[in-house]
Design a protein around this ligand. Structure first.
Ligand code: BTN
Length: 279
């Protein structure tokens, strides 16, 4: 075996979906190579975007957050996007990225990886290294409605030759190396089904009741809590201690003023990195 997964088997993916998820699912497409699954959802006819999922084997122009590329080789990882119409304006969906991160950790736990953490806002980590990322693109549809295209890339089994790719640009890991036993040949299909199931069910709950149902799991999975962090990419680089999330879903950081006093600031943008303790 060359270490690659075989093409997706629709029935294996669908077998992981609950009755509720199946009835809410629109189209499910499992293409070989696309440029970006998020773009593919946008290319669906307007009346077919809601509830439709695209899960590709490979992306030729996978997109990451902050304008980055998402390295998307064939036969090894999950590249999944789901379209969802919310009856809310984009301004009311600030907690959606956080809720989606919780949904992903639930799916990973179902797949056997219990220990995944969340780095605000929605990077999924294992062992302090990036395992999965989320790119949510919000498109206002008029009349206070929003189409959300929720995309996730999950490293399932990155081939050894990809290990040193410069465009990954950060410490990463994959699900199969975090599992205690070797992953079976249909593992990627099953995990993709679990992810889709958790997303569809979770988003229905989020649309009806907001973040409340996800807050406790978020706090349990918060990989930054209590860590010394640097927040950069805004007007200045600031250092402090991460302290959970605020009411509006931003990252709370305890900053020390030059006077020595502590002040808590909520960040909604910027790049967060954990500072290593000095020896
Ligand atoms: C990040 O930068 O952490 C977010 C990465 C999101 C990648 C996924 S892969 C499926 C979907 N299609 C894309 O082009 N990007 C997202």
């Amino acid at each position: 075996m060359n270490g690659l997964f075989r093409p997706y088997d629709r029935e294996v993916v669908l077998a992981e979906l609950s009755g509720k998820s199946r009835s809410a699912l629109g189209r499910l497409e499992l293409p070989g190579t696309v440029d970006s699954t998020n773009l593919e959802v946008l290319r669906l006819p307007d009346d077919q975007q809601h509830g439709s999922a695209i899960i590709a084997d490979c992306q030729s122009a996978g997109r990451g957050r902050r304008g980055r590329k998402w390295h998307s080789p064939a036969g090894c990882n999950i590249y999944l996007s789901l379209g969802w119409n919310f009856a809310d304006p984009t301004s009311s969906l600030g907690h959606l990225p956080l809720a989606v991160a919780v949904m992903l950790t639930r799916a990973l736990a179902r797949g056997g990886l219990e220990s995944a953490g969340i780095k605000w806002p929605n990077d999924i980590l294992a062992d302090g290294r990036k395992l999965a990322g989320v790119l949510i693109e919000l498109h206002p549809c008029g009349g206070e409605k929003t189409l959300a295209v929720i995309g996730t890339g999950i490293n399932v089994r990155m081939p050894p030759g990809e290990a040193n790719r410069a465009d990954i640009g950060q410490a990463w890991t994959d699900v199969s190396s975090q599992l205690p036993a070797p992953a079976p040949p249909d593992f990627r299909d099953r995990l993709a089904g679990m992810v889709l199931d958790e997303l569809v069910q979770g988003i229905m709950v989020f649309a009806a009741s907001g973040f409340e149902f996800f807050a406790a799991d978020w706090a349990k999975r918060d990989a930054l809590s209590g860590k010394e962090v640097t927040v950069s990419g805004t007007s200045e680089s600031l250092e402090g201690q991460a302290d959970g999330i605020g009411e509006s879903g931003g990252l709370l950081v305890r900053l020390r003023e030059p006077s020595g006093a502590l002040r808590v600031q909520e960040f909604f943008a910027g790049e967060v990195s954990v500072r290593q303790p000095e020896n």
